[in-house]
Design a protein around this ligand. Structure first.
Ligand code: NDP
Length: 244
């Protein structure tokens, strides 16, 4: 028995890291899964193979969340390829950290385009396509709860916008039984933030449990929210106590 049997999910940025772990986890719960990627064609194909090995259908779509047509188009392509859409996981994101004075306009535009505009447009497209009872799950950041030091202005700005989006979506789509929630990972071992990277020890020390999380630990919360019908407009930290 899978909680997501017969459902179709789209995970943006699903070729690596939290997105890849989420795609596989949702498939394990019974969903057919589409993932988007930009550069990681091989990695995305590998995720497709892992999903198919679980007996589910999968498709990898090249779609840059920074591109407006791609961001909305991935939703439509998923619905066409897999026959509808029930779960959207807004995971694709970029982390640009640095002193406020050194952030370029191009960096500001890029981070807002991927982390905010792309998420908005995908959610908008999903709301038009999604079946009643659907789920929109967005990956935020522990930096929306607590910014532990300098260098986070742009990233925290972008991720905090998603909390407003999530609460407003919950109100807008609640009458159709569609829920919207946001998950805030703490330091999580991925290519973006390797547990053996130069800033890792400091990040681990800021958690209560004293370690990095795994992509699978974040995916587990996403899987819960993909099932839960009476949970909406809410924020969930999976951060080892980073915000405590
Ligand atoms: P990774 O950098 O390890 O993986 C990012 C994934 O997103 C890749 O599959 C990548 O695809 C894809 N991607 C990147 N840019 C785009 C784009 N413009 N359009 C479509 N896909 C894109 O990241 P994580 O797994 O660490 O992060 C996932 C999410 O979690 C992000 O939103 C991040 O901000 C958030 N997060 C991560 C934390 C951490 O410590 N790791 C902490 C808090 C939040 P490709 O293969 O093409 O490069």
């Amino acid at each position: 028995y899978g909680t997501l049997n017969g459902k179709v999910a789209l995970v943006t940025g699903g070729s690596r890291g939290i997105g890849a772990a989420t795609a596989v986890r949702l498939a394990r719960e019974g969903a057919d899964v589409a993932v988007t990627y930009v550069d990681g064609k091989e990695a995305a194909s590998d995720v497709v193979r892992r999903v198919e090995a679980l007996g589910r259908r999968a498709v990898a779509l090249r779609a840059d969340s920074a591109d407006a047509e791609d961001a909305a188009g991935a939703v439509l392509r998923t619905a066409e390829a897999l026959g509808g859409l029930d779960v959207l996981v807004n995971n694709a994101g970029v982390g640009v950290l640095g002193p406020l004075g050194e952030l370029s306009l191009a960096e500001v535009d890029r981070v807002l385009a991927v982390n905010v505009r792309g998420v908005f447009l995908a959610s908008q497209a999903a709301s038009a396509r999604m079946r009643d009872g659907g789920r929109i799950i967005t990956i935020g950041s522990c930096m929306t709860q607590r910014v532990p030091g300098p260098g986070g202005t742009l990233y925290a700005t972008s991720k905090s916008a998603l909390t407003g989006l999530t609460k407003a979506l919950a109100r807008e789509l609640g009458p159709r039984g569609i829920t919207a929630n946001i998950v805030h990972p703490g330091p999580t071992d991925t290519d973006m933030n390797p547990a053996d990277g130069p800033f890792a020890a400091g990040q681990a020390a800021m958690t209560a449990v004293g370690r990095f999380g795994t992509a699978e630990e974040v995916a587990s919360m996403v899987a819960y929210l993909a099932d839960a019908a009476y949970v909406t407009g809410a924020e969930f930290s999976v951060d080892g106590g980073h915000a405590a």
